[in-house]
Design a protein around this ligand. Structure first.
Ligand SMILES: Nc1ncnc2c1ncn2[C@@H]1O[C@H](COP(=O)(O)OP(=O)(O)OP(=O)(O)O)[C@@H](O)[C@H]1O
Length: 349
């Protein structure tokens, strides 16, 4: 757990971080976001004492960080940044081992930890272990940077725009990986970004800063449906709020029991799924946009959904394939239920 109490940073007369108080609970993924120069990086760097604070207190696991010896702080707090800062003349494995070496772990323990992290970040093929930073792609280098930050198994991970410099596709992959690693490790993460979509995707709580002050600290859905003021509303972007909300929701939440039949006669329900002997949907009876209810549409794998899929993706598929419902399938392709256009409309955001 991290507690910021009246945290302030002054440069001369200017308060670049101004009286911020917030608590990041154990295992929480807290994203600091706000316009350029609002004090995000300064706040982050004060947590691991790269920058000294002027007023207030920072507690990590209940302990005031000014009382912790640097070695203990390093062990408890991992740090990953956009420019990565890998040592160019060290191999990947040595880069990852930086902090364990500083902490004088036995070499067998270091080697085991490096292998574990390479596997966690899917870096364990292509002899990557022995490569040098200049031989890596941007996305691989970012993964190594994050793996290095996690090496000594810190309680807290601080990340300053770690995916700022990679292309959108790689960024998407890295975000998904980080979300998975967060679920698997349960680390407390404080993450700086200026990208609202990234914040909404990753955060369990978002801290929105402006001019050094904390404007709102809330769960992503609350920020979207109950913005504290016009600044928050404008910063989130008013235009596609509904879609942003749906990108946070999973199909599972919207999935309803489906009407199924083993033959192709249109049943009483407006949408009925024709299933095979293994309960795999073969056709949608009814539910095709612009066609009569009697239409029979063969199920195409591209317009099916899984419980983990985002509702934004599910809605996009419905629109693209002009169907009012998608079958929700389990891992074996069996029909679990359905998501429908009217279900999306009827659901409280
Ligand atoms: N050493 C310094 N001396 C004086 N002012 C500084 C110093 N370092 C940072 N600042 C100012 O503090 C403010 C906050 O900077 P900070 O880097 O924390 O912002 P940020 O929100 O991370 O911005 P960005 O998104 O652009 O990275 C800025 O106005 C910056 O100019």
């Amino acid at each position: 757990m991290i507690e910021l109490q009246g945290l302030t940073k002054r440069y001369g007369e200017t308060r670049v971080v101004d009286d911020i108080s917030l608590t990041v609970e154990q295992g929480e993924f807290c994203v600091l976001i706000g316009p350029s120069g609002c004090g995000k990086s300064t706040t982050l760097k004060m947590i691991n004492r790269l920058i000294a604070h002027s007023e207030g207190k920072i507690l990590v696991g209940g302990e005031d960080i000014t009382t912790l010896p640097p070695e203990r702080l390093r062990r408890r707090i991992g740090y990953a940044i956009q420019s990565i800062g890998l040592f160019p003349h060290w191999r990947v494995a040595d880069n990852i081992a930086t902090v364990p070496k500083l902490l004088k772990w036995p070499s067998s323990r270091i080697a085991a930890r490096v292998e574990e992290l390479l596997a966690l970040f899917q870096l364990d093929d292509d002899g990557l272990h022995d490569k040098y930073p200049h031989q890596l792609s941007g996305g691989q280098a970012q993964r190594v940077g994050v793996a290095r930050a996690l090496a000594a198994d810190p309680d807290v991970l601080l990340m300053d725009e770690p995916f700022g410099a990679v292309d959108p596709l790689t960024r998407d992959t890295l975000q998904a990986e980080l979300a998975r690693v967060h679920r698997q490790t349960g680390k407390t993460i404080v993450f700086v970004t200026h990208d609202m979509d990234e914040a909404l995707r990753l955060a369990s709580r978002v801290a929105l800063l402006n001019a050094g002050q904390l404007v709102q600290y809330d769960r992503p859905a609350e920020l979207l449906v109950a913005p504290a003021n016009d600044f928050v509303r404008d910063f989130i972007g008013r235009a596609d709020l509904g879609l942003k909300l749906l990108s946070r929701r999973q199909v599972e939440e919207y999935c309803r029991p489906a009407q199924r039949t083993r033959n192709n006669a249109i049943a009483s329900a407006p949408i009925t799924w024709q299933v095979d002997a293994n309960d795999r949907p073969m056709a949608l009876l009814g539910g095709r946009l612009g066609e009569s209810q009697a239409a029979r549409t063969v199920v195409n794998p591209e317009w099916t959904a899984t419980p983990e899929m985002s509702m934004k993706e599910a809605l996009s598929r419905m629109v693209w394939f002009r169907v009012t419902a998608l079958p929700v399938l389990d891992a074996e392709g069996r029909l679990l239920g359905e998501v429908t256009m009217s279900g999306v409309m009827g659901h409280r955001p």
